[in-house]
Ligand binder design. Sequence first.
Ligand code: DP6
Length: 346
Amino acid sequence: MTFTSAWRSPSNIALIKYWGKHGLQLPRNPSLSFTLSACHTVMRLAVTPDADAPGLQVSYEGVPKPSFEPKINTFFSLVKDRFPWLSNASVTIDSQNTFPHGAGIASSASAMSALSLCLMDVHDQIHGGIGLQNSEWRQLASEVARLGSGSACRSVYPIASVWGKTPNAPESSDLFGIAWEHHIAPVFRDYRDTILIVSNAEKSVSSTAGHRLMEGLPYAETRYAEARQNLIRLSEVMAAGTDLNAFISIVESEALQLHALMMSGNTPFILMEPGTISLIKEIWRFRKETGIPVCFTLDAGPNVHLLYPSPYIPVIMNWVKSDLASHCADGKYILDQVGNGPKKIL
Ligand code: DP6
């Protein structure tokens, strides 16, 4: 018998960055993210337990992708206690993303969260019934997703999520993300994220390698303490929703710290491109001149996430088209926004 499931799951953009991990995908500091909408993965999973020919077959948009299989097999080995049927199953996975693979947009977050939700779903079917998919179910899905990619554990929730133990959220944990949508003011619930694509190139450094570089960095402990503080401050600012300047200052500082950390190791790397710097300077100039509360954040890559409240869409879009797009690869940008989280489609 073959069980199938399909989920659409979004990417997320961290405002407080997860950078540095230990043990089995445990974060060195808590992180806080917006869940996105337009940038997502659609994944279809088919599982035949006790198959005559067990094994994994992965395709992307219908084209076989054996190169994706080692990462997924490693993930399966980490979750086989929870899904024992995986050991002897024939598994096929087909996925597609709405955004370019490897371009610094967290494809691992959307892909691994989608896969985890599919696995949870198939598990329910194998055990005779569709699960309730309540908050406990989501939490388990988040825990599974964390083992695939740390940031993926935040993608299973609508609007916003916090992952990692923090004193301002007693229910928080290093093991899974928690829902954060009810802790933020309305202004943030439909925040916009226009992703300015500075480069389409594959990432030159994997996140895993980046996290590893934190080990032994002289500033590591200071950074973790700063991130913990920033998360508490940002939570207060986002709960109140009245001080967008405070929001901007924490979010931009987090983005620049992430890249400063990458530049300060023994084997440093620079993921920003000249276009990244030009865009940051242009954002600062525009904000100073207009007073519009637009800011940026960065992932582990060169692209710039332009964050702003929805009432400013018309004026920001004029500016993006007339000015910012010229700094983008082929003038490309993605219109995204805070979104409603994953959706089961089969
Ligand atoms: C810079 O979640 O991609 O995007 O756990 O090794 O898969 P792994 O790393 P990953 O790291 C994301 C780092 C970041 C910041 C963030 O999303 O918090």
